[in-house]
Design a protein around this ligand. Structure first.
Ligand code: NAG
Ligand code: NAG
Ligand code: NAG
Ligand code: NAG
Ligand code: NAG
Length: 507
């Protein structure tokens, strides 16, 4: 099944009343019409949530699995990826419930895992090493995908989406087409290349103190891939075509990724030439801020990173306001709010919604910390919002995911007592190769037998697409907008859960 993204947003008519709670651990959100009982005994275990959020990535691994693989119902898969073109492209992550390796969201996932870890690794305890492994599984693959960058070649996808989506089959048995999509100087893809550069650069910062050679390798490659992205401009929509789009079309254009890539390169190299690139070209994204942040749209992430730099060096510069403007589009009490909130308090932007919840929560949390350390607040119209309020909203989203919602249900698989049973995920929904070593054919009898049954293998940590605007969730595997997990939902939640787990340990 596919993933698609709708940007349509309409403004909620309901008047929101927010109850500011003195006690941080017991927040409830009240809307004019619906009161959500504050579950006073709701005590999420954020440490558990953090470790499961990271563990999920092991379930998405492609390629030869290492001896320390913990998600042990999975086995090696797609180890011949790339062989058809004479390149080793094994490894990396399946993006979601299918078995395709989409380069654009894979790179974004890696960037966000690295950003989560950069901000919060000191709050992760023992989980930091698992976060590093999750990043490295992404970067090892991105290094392979970019191994021919000297010749202006970047591999941006493995797996024919149409062939893959027509088959309900475990990745271990896959016999669908593993076609490789590639961008070149004459068939460019600046968004996917610049996001790949961002991922490599951000990750190089993680490994700087852990493995210097590896870090240097990532950084050198990031520089080359960015140069390629910038020099040969164009969208992979056009170069790769139907293969990647309509699944991961670049709706927001590639200029945001060029700025984003340059910003991460600036952070990783300290080279002013990258900052100058951002500074001179910032006008590229001067149009109305859409209040989006995700694999397609980096605007808000750019504004938050720029805030951090300008607040120290050029605090009177107007570009500082961009991050506040963004948060005013999100905060419930803001007169400029454009996102909706469900009666139960969930941020709602579009179908396959949890990706918005996760990346916006992460960004609010990171921004709150940048505000806090510069003693700033956010001004939305007549309202002044404190950094702690941004934290509170991020926490309300984390809690909603973990079960503080009208369904009393955790939307993270394997967390809590009640969680989705029919996650839209091929491997998780079919018997494991450990219990059934015989090959399961494409749409074989097993897939029909299992159609409505609970998943036999728990994809621990998978956060699903989530409920609709009225907090209703349908545990139906075919309803993929609600039941499918993706790597780019979990990546920012790694940072969010790390922060709250640290706070919980220190109350
Ligand atoms: C939270 O979860 C962690 C990891 O699963 C566990 O070790 C810990 O005991 C749990 N804490 C509480 C208070 O239940
Ligand atoms: C990519 O394709 C989508 C869908 O056709 C289109 O809306 C979008 O404008 C395209 N993006 C670019 C940068 O060409
Ligand atoms: C503010 O900073 C941005 C980013 O560096 C830069 O593009 C812009 O020219 C600056 N504006 C002023 C008025 O200095
Ligand atoms: C959720 O829990 C609350 C409080 O315990 C209860 O009032 C409500 O009926 C429960 N809702 C569902 C759908 O189980
Ligand atoms: C949410 O799903 C339920 C059950 O299908 C439906 O009754 C309700 O209208 C949906 N809400 C929205 C806003 O679509």
């Amino acid at each position: 099944m596919g993933l698609f993204r709708r940007a349509a947003v309409c403004v909620i008519a309901t008047v929101l009343v927010i109850l500011f709670e003195v006690i941080f651990w017991d927040m409830s959100i009240e809307l004019a019409s619906t009161k959500v009982e504050s579950l006073s005994h709701f005590r999420p275990n954020y440490t558990d949530a953090l470790s499961k959020t990271i563990l999920f990535f092991e379930g998405q691994r492609s390629g030869k699995l290492p001896p320390d693989q913990r998600m042990n119902w999975r086995s090696d898969s797609a180890i011949d990826d790339g062989q058809s073109i004479g390149v080793d492209l094994s490894g990396g992550y399946y993006d979601a419930g299918d078995n395709v390796k989409f380069g654009f969201p894979l790179a974004y996932t890696t960037t966000l895992l690295a950003w989560s870890t950069l901000e919060f690794s000191h709050m992760m305890g023992d989980e930091a090493k698992n976060a590093h492994a999750a990043i490295r599984w992404g970067t090892d693959y991105l290094l392979k995908a970019s191994s021919q960058i000297d010749d202006n070649i970047l591999h941006v996808q493995v797996g024919d989406t149409y062939s893959d989506h027509s088959c309900w089959q475990r990745p271990e048995d896959m016999d669908t087409l593993r076609t490789v999509a590639t961008i070149t100087a004459s068939k460019p893809g600046s968004e996917v290349a610049a996001e790949t550069a961002a991922a490599l650069a951000a990750s190089s910062l993680i490994f700087k103190s852990l493995d210097r050679d590896y870090s240097q390798l990532l950084l050198n490659r990031a520089i080359q891939v960015f140069e390629f992205a910038d020099k040969y401009r164009g969208s992979y929509n056009d170069s790769v075509g139907y293969f990647a789009c309509p699944f991961y079309c670049d709706f927001a254009g590639y200029l945001d990724e060029l700025l984003w890539g340059a910003l991460w390169l600036y952070k990783a190299t300290g080279n002013e030439k990258y900052w100058n690139y951002v500074s001179t070209n910032l006008e590229w994204i001067e149009y109305d801020n859409p209040g989006e942040f995700g694999w397609d749209d980096k605007h808000a992430g750019i504004y938050v990173l720029i805030f951090k730099k300008l607040i120290q060096e050029d605090p009177s510069n107007h570009s500082i306001q961009k991050a506040s403007t963004f948060s005013c589009l999100i905060m419930p009490e803001s007169p400029n709010r454009i996102v909706e909130y469900s009666p139960g308090g969930l941020i709602y932007k579009s179908a396959t919604n949890m990706q918005n919840v996760a990346s916006l929560s992460f960004l609010l949390l990171v921004f709150s910390r940048y505000l806090e350390s510069s003693s700033r607040t956010v001004r939305c119209g007549e309202i002044t919002i404190q950094p702690s309020r941004l934290v509170q909203v991020a926490r309300s989203q984390a809690d909603y995911i973990l079960g503080k919602n009208p369904q009393n249900m955790s939307y993270m698989t394997g967390y809590g007592d009640r969680f989705p049973q029919r996650v839209h995920h091929r491997g998780s929904s079919l018997p494991s190769v450990r219990s059934m070593p015989e090959k399961i054919l494409c749409n074989g009898p097993e897939s029909i037998q299992m159609k409505t049954k609970p998943n036999p293998n728990i994809l621990v940590g998978a956060i699903v697409g989530g409920p609709n605007l009225t907090d209703v969730y349908t545990d139906d595997r075919d309803f993929f907008v609600q039941t499918e997990p993706t790597t780019y939902v979990n990546a920012p939640m790694v940072g969010v859960f790390a922060y709250f787990s640290h706070l919980q340990k220190n109350v």
